[in-house]
Design a protein around this ligand. Structure first.
Ligand code: HEC
Ligand code: HEC
Ligand code: HEC
Ligand code: HEC
Ligand code: HEC
Ligand code: HEC
Ligand code: HEC
Length: 405
């Protein structure tokens, strides 16, 4: 009797296990359906960062606040940082006309008016915003399937509207076509037409456009990874995804150099084809000759860093030695100083007296990576020729006699 009861219980347990086993392995029930938002030219699919929340919530949350994530967006009162109502929404173009940035029926426009009559001369809807607004923003609109840069850009330093970089003084221009190279650095993915020619393209599929530098820009299209981990929730090892830390130093640097090594020359493969793990030099070659002289808002942090002793004389330094790209770290000076001190002796001799030395531990950056004026992003006064320039932290880490007050 006693025995029988036990074997019955055992039987029930086995039966339940069997049923559960069938359930867990019933692939038709646990199949994860991919909702792809775009396809890379190699066939891999993008799924968007919202699908990462379930498993990488912390990174997802902090990433939303980064300049990367916000570097391009659909135009809205929120994404446009410049004034869209009077008095600061006007840009003087010349003696006869001005541009006003205005909201109408829920959309935003750059409208040109005649000075004498206030008659509306032309109207350009703002469809896309380029730039998170750390230094400035430019604005684009769709005409059929191509994108154009509209006249006014927003300049943060003067909190005002300026003519877009490269447009002529005193002339109303709205016609610069936006190339796939521009979007390659400021978006996650855009399907270009045609997909695979080498020539810079400027026609796009608007429905296959992923704004911002999102997770999959750096980690690659992740549909397979998301599908695998949804179907195998107990797997602790990341699958179908590149482990960046396991890549070579050069491969790790290339993830950033794609966009942070300035204007590259000699294109070998089309825009948007580079993926994490690839060697950038097989896609385009760097333009090191001009790298020191063209330190700019379209920065060449990569070229500058490579030239500095810090980089040359350490075996492992990469961009992520100092940067955690998943977080907005702008002006977190102390965190950066701690990175310097992780390699440099705290008693180091900067040729300073004791008082300054104590002070200096708080900010190595201002003396050794000083902010330098950009040569392409500035606001000029047409009459006095005075300029207000954007400043960029120099990644040529070294001794700057002039930076030391
Ligand atoms: C169903 C869960 C799940 C989803 C959804 C998911 N991941 Fe993962 N991911 C994991 C697990 C588990 C690991 C391994 C543990 C870890 O590193 O967090 C991982 C690791 C990673 C790694 C690190 C590889 C390494 O070790 O360096 C990256 C990068 C990554 N995921 C990116 C993404 C991106 C991008 C998305 C969204 C498009 C995403 N994941 C969505 C579960 C998921
Ligand atoms: C080679 C990659 C690359 C290309 C091409 C590129 N940019 Fe940039 N852009 C950057 C980087 C990197 C930054 C941030 C620079 C820095 O802080 O050093 C930036 C900054 C900006 C900013 C200021 C952003 C802010 O919030 O402060 C604007 C606006 C901008 N770019 C517009 C454009 C437009 C418009 C084009 C195309 C006509 C373009 N860029 C082409 C890489 C690029
Ligand atoms: C600008 C490029 C970039 C973007 C955007 C980015 N990552 Fe990463 N991610 C990296 C790099 C580089 C590493 C390797 C970090 C290291 O070497 O310490 C990394 C590492 C990881 C890891 C491994 C664990 C860790 O914390 O190091 C996970 C998981 C991950 N990323 C997920 C994401 C998700 C999810 C998003 C979007 C919400 C995202 N990443 C956006 C560049 C990026
Ligand atoms: C797809 C192009 C792209 C890639 C890849 C990329 N960046 Fe950027 N990065 C940008 C652009 C564009 C900006 C300017 C964003 C803005 O303000 O609009 C930027 C800004 C930054 C900033 C300034 C952030 C701030 O708060 O102003 C840092 C730091 C940075 N990138 C580091 C990195 C590192 C490190 C990597 C590699 C792990 C990397 N980036 C990869 C395009 C890229
Ligand atoms: C990964 C380790 C590492 C980190 C992190 C690091 N350095 Fe260095 N740095 C070095 C090495 C190695 C040298 C070369 C020392 C030598 O050869 O005498 C160096 C050299 C220097 C020099 C002398 C440059 C010259 O041209 O004479 C300065 C200044 C310097 N570092 C400042 C900094 C500052 C500031 C930071 C933080 C922003 C920093 N370093 C972060 C490793 C590092
Ligand atoms: C007030 C400006 C100032 C600050 C702040 C400062 N330094 Fe220096 N540092 C200098 C000067 C000037 C020299 C060159 C000294 C010389 O050649 O006699 C120097 C030299 C160095 C060197 C090369 C020294 C050597 O022995 O070759 C390193 C490394 C260095 N600094 C790192 C740092 C680090 C790390 C910090 C932050 C903890 C820092 N410095 C803060 C001004 C500064
Ligand atoms: C030795 C440390 C160190 C390394 C390595 C490093 N950075 Fe930086 N980076 C900094 C510091 C410090 C700042 C200033 C941050 C601040 O105060 O907001 C900065 C700022 C930036 C900015 C914003 C520039 C600006 O003026 O607005 C970009 C973009 C950037 N880094 C990209 C990179 C890239 C790409 C790499 C690799 C090629 C890299 N960094 C390597 C320390 C470093």
């Amino acid at each position: 009797m006693h025995l029988k009861k036990q074997s019955l219980t055992l039987f029930t347990v086995l039966l339940l296990c069997g049923l559960l086993y069938i359930r867990c392995n019933d692939s038709s029930k646990s199949k994860y359906v991919i909702a792809a938002i775009a396809s890379h030219s190699n066939g891999q699919q993008f799924v968007g960062s919202a699908t990462c929340i379930d498993c990488h919530k912390e990174i997802y949350d902090t990433h939303q606040k980064t300049a990367h994530y916000n570097t391009s967006a659909i135009a809205s009162a929120l994404s446009i940082k410049g004034a869209t109502s009077s008095p600061n929404n006007t840009l003087n173009v010349n003696d006869s006309l001005y541009v006003k940035i205005e909201q109408r029926n829920g959309s935003l426009y750059q409208n040109a008016y005649a000075k004498k009559t206030d008659a509306l001369l032309n109207s350009n809807k703002i469809d896309l915003v380029i730039g998170s607004g750390v230094k400035g923003q430019s604005f684009l609109n769709w005409r059929a399937d191509s994108l154009h840069q509209i006249h006014a850009s927003y300049f943060v330093k003067s909190n005002s509207w300026i003519k877009s970089p490269g447009y002529k003084d005193g002339v109303l221009q709205n016609n610069r076509r936006i190339s796939s190279r521009c979007l390659e650095c400021h978006t996650t993915f855009v399907e270009t037409r045609p997909l695979t020619t080498l020539k810079s393209k400027n026609t796009y599929n608007r429905n296959r456009f992923i704004e911002g530098v999102d997770c999959e820009r750096c980690h690659g299209p992740s549909a397979e990874h998301v599908k695998y981990h949804n179907e195998h929730p107990k797997e602790l090892q990341g699958k179908h995804i590149k482990i960046i830390k396991a890549l070579t130093r050069q491969q790790q640097l290339d993830v950033c150099a794609l966009c942070h090594s300035g204007p590259r020359k000699l294109k070998i493969k089309p825009e948007f084809s580079f993926l994490v793990g690839d060697r950038l030099n097989t896609f385009s070659s760097p333009d090191f000759f001009s790298s020191r002289s063209e330190l700019d808002v379209h920065g060449n942090q990569y070229g500058m860093l490579l030239a500095s002793k810090c980089f040359k004389n350490s075996k492992s330094m990469t961009c992520t030695t100092c940067h955690n790209v998943h977080k907005n770290e702008r002006n977190h000076t102390q965190e950066f100083v701690n990175k310097c001190l992780s390699c440099h002796d705290t008693k180091l001799n900067c040729g300073l007296d004791m008082a300054l030395r104590v002070e200096s531990k708080k900010n190595c950056i201002s003396c050794h990576m000083p902010e330098i004026k950009s040569k392409s992003m500035f606001k000029a006064n047409a009459i006095t020729k005075d300029t207000i320039s954007v400043k960029v932290f120099s990644h040529y880490i070294g001794v700057y006699p002039n930076a030391i007050k």
